[in-house]
Write a protein that binds this ligand. Structure first.
Ligand SMILES: [Zn+2]
Length: 419
């Protein structure tokens, strides 16, 4: 049994790496389930903060959109104002052009009248002073009845010529004035055209600004849409995580219920076995007055101490038949499980006179207590067995001053406490 224990310690060290938490199918499962639940909870917290961040980003994008919208509104108002200014300028230009056209007509009419008057005057002068005209002139004069009549005729002829000349001069003056007016109006037209051009370029630049702002707004809208998509994904993920957590918790409850049911079954089986066992079951050891009492009836087959270069960290008690195993002192079950080396084993923590102790009950046929159970001294915790690395039914019992560890450096001799 000592040789077996060397193997047991070695494999335990490998399995546990010195950690007082132990291996065992159901408990590992329960532990990993608990880890899973914690993991899911952590992920849910991350998911929640990611959702909050995304919501904040959406809010900031929406605020930016509002600002850009306000800018676009202002720019559009400027565009409208510029447009109405351009329309006004266009009207002014139209009026000015009409005025110029009218003045051109007036000038044309005057030019025509000047030409006619000029021609008439020339014709008359020609008629009077040049070729055949002089004959006519002389004839007009010779036709006079008296000298007085002659004078009248001469004066009349001169007057007609002078009048023609005056009218011509007046026409010329009119023409000059109209041409000056036309030049003035054309200058005005040029100024108007220039102003209109300026307004049009202002309108173009405002339109370009509006276009840029609209593009920005479009980008912001796309970004917002993308963020909404992200938020939806996060919400889906959050929902999934919540369901996962609920499922894990349900599984944990199911496993716990299953373990309780199995334990009850096992107790019932053990009770039946006890009642039908032959030879008659061994009595539980009587509770002794010392710090620790005997954990079972039977013969001490191996004592505590170094043997053949290795250490036997406990004692072995053997007895045939159905042998109750009891808690050696009041305490709390640290771990009750099936180990490959210890077999069915129970670890109990004790606190006696300000000192912690750990007791170990190994190779049990049956365990009656669960992790975390409170036990009192002499309370039955299982039956002696031959599970794990053991040859023949016996109890391997250890007491540690302090915590159990894989090197069993805290182990003390249990026999010192028994009386
Ligand atoms: Zn042993």
């Amino acid at each position: 049994m000592k040789r077996k224990l060397i193997v047991a310690v070695a494999s335990l060290s490998l399995l546990l790496g010195g950690v007082p938490g132990m291996t065992g199918g159901n408990d590992v499962q329960a532990n990993s389930l608990k880890d899973k639940i914690n993991e899911v909870k952590e992920k849910r917290a991350e998911n929640k903060s990611a959702r909050k961040e995304t919501e904040a980003e959406i809010a900031s994008i929406q605020k930016h959109q509002e600002e850009v919208n306000a800018e676009i509104k202002k720019l559009n108002e400027e565009v409208a104002a510029t447009k109405s200014k351009i329309q006004k300028k266009e009207e002014e230009i139209k009026e000015t052009k009409e005025e110029i056209a009218k003045l051109k007509e007036e000038i044309a009419a005057l030019v025509k009248r000047i030409a006619e008057r000029d021609k008439m005057l020339k014709d008359r002068v020609t008629a009077m002073y040049e070729n055949g005209g002089s004959v006519q002139y002389i004839e007009v004069l010779l036709g006079s009845s008296s000298f007085g009549d002659f004078i009248d005729r001469v004066l009349a002829l001169n007057e007609i010529a002078a009048q023609d000349k005056d009218i011509l001069e007046a026409h010329k003056a009119d023409k000059k004035a109209v041409e000056e007016a036309k030049a003035q109006v054309e200058k005005e037209l040029a100024t108007l055209n220039e102003k209109k051009k300026e307004l049009e370029s202002l309108r173009a630049s405002l339109n370009a600004k509006v276009e840029r702002k609209n593009e920005l707004l479009h980008e912001l809208e796309e970004e917002e849409e993308h963020m909404h998509g992200e938020l939806m994904k996060l919400e889906d993920e959050g929902d999934l995580l919540a369901k996962q957590q609920a499922a894990f918790e349900a599984e944990k409850r199911r496993q716990e219920a299953e373990a309780r049911r199995k334990a009850a079954e096992e107790r019932e089986r053990a009770r039946k076995k006890n009642s039908s066992a032959s030879p008659a079951p061994a009595p539980a050891p009587s509770v002794s007055g010392g710090m620790f009492s005997r954990p079972s009836a039977g013969r001490i087959t191996s004592t505590f101490g170094p043997r053949w270069g290795s250490m036997h960290a406990g004692i072995d008690i053997a007895r045939a038949g159905t042998v109750p195993i009891v808690a050696s002192a009041d305490g709390t079950v640290i771990k009750s499980y099936r180990s490959s080396s210890y077999g069915n084993v129970v670890f109990i923590a004790h606190y006696i006179n300000g000192q912690t102790y750990t007791t170990v009950y190994a190779h049990l046929r049956t365990r009656y207590v669960q992790n975390g159970a409170t036990v009192s001294k002499g309370q039955q915790i299982g039956l002696m067995g031959n599970t794990g690395q053991s040859t023949g039914q016996h109890l391997h019992f250890e007491i540690h001053k302090g915590q159990w560890n894989s090197s069993k450096s805290n182990a003390i001799d249990p026999l010192q406490f028994f009386n």
